[in-house]
Design a protein around this ligand. Structure first.
Ligand code: ATP
Length: 258
């Protein structure tokens, strides 16, 4: 198996295959994500993008191959162990605490980061921890939700829920952030706000893997793009190279202009 990891690479998906019964969802996938970069994965529906993300975070075991993060083999570890190593994921459907306030939602993972686990007396701690409250308020300013800090999280709009989930991920200070279609279902205005936020995070050096259908988002953010088609990476390169690659035009864009 090819296990050679290049220098500056923090995440290496090494020669991964995934079969679902007779269906091969991922074939010979080798992906190397460099520290501090934003690496986009694009591809048509059913190409295997979600499967790849789930393999990285430990939700789906690969049939063969391995995922290596900063020298540690993740394959075989539980999702929460992988999370504790510094990998966070923003889901397509936001996973928030609907019954808590917006502020409490962002404070909760900050406690988890500090204590290593959620505490039974979490709500009491929430009221007493000034430092974490301030940190959470700064995060809400960053994600544009400070004016909704006391609102019931379950009552937020879809776009605001996604921003809240992003804040909940970022407050854990992950080394690697995985984003699954972070702007899906957002208006153009909300999409642009999210792009600006993600650019700001990038300037702080966080590594990101982003799955996205919206080419405006991909080309605004990506340092590198890999194209998945039918479970294989058919091209990997700089945005300009990908734009001009005839295989990509053919397989993904159906000849349409990017
Ligand atoms: N749990 C599963 N059991 C069986 N087949 C699956 C399972 N999950 C995904 N697949 C199949 O694997 C292939 C890849 O699916 P996947 O969801 O990873 O694609 P995708 O690129 O994320 O698509 P989309 O852009 O539509 O979300 C598809 O053919 C899908 O039907």
């Amino acid at each position: 198996m090819e296990m050679q990891t290049r220098e500056n690479v923090v995440l290496h998906v090494a020669d991964v295959q995934k079969n679902f019964g007779g269906l091969r969802a991922l074939s010979d996938v080798d992906l190397q994500v460099e520290e501090g970069k934003t690496h986009a994965i694009i591809g048509p529906n059913g190409a295997g993008k979600s499967t790849l993300l789930n393999v990285i975070i430990g939700r789906i075991p690969p049939s063969s191959g391995a995922v290596i993060f900063d020298g540690t083999i993740l394959t075989g570890k539980a999702p929460h162990e992988i999370n504790q190593l510094g990998i966070s994921r923003v889901f397509q459907t936001p996973e928030i605490f609907a019954d808590l306030s917006v502020l409490q939602n962002v404070m909760t993972p900050a406690f988890a980061r500090r204590d290593g686990a959620f505490k039974i007396n979490m709500l009491r701690s929430v009221e007493s921890e000034k430092g974490i409250r301030e940190e959470a308020e700064h995060m809400l300013e960053d994600v544009g939700l400070i004016h909704l800090r006391e609102a019931h999280a379950g009552a937020l709009s879809r776009g605001d829920k996604r921003r809240l989930e992003l804040g909940m991920c970022l407050i854990q200070k992950p080394r690697l952030l995985l984003l699954d279609e972070p702007t899906a279902g957002m208006s153009r205005h909300d999409t642009n706000t999210t792009i600006e936020l993600l650019k700001k995070i990038k300037s702080r050096g966080m590594t990101k893997v982003i799955i996205e259908h919206d080419m405006h988002v991909v080309f605004s953010l990506a340092d590198k793009i890999s194209v998945l088609a039918q479970g294989r990476i058919i091209a990997s390169g700089l945005p300009q190279e990908i734009k001009e690659d005839p295989r990509v035009q053919e397989a993904y864009l159906g000849g349409a202009e990017v």
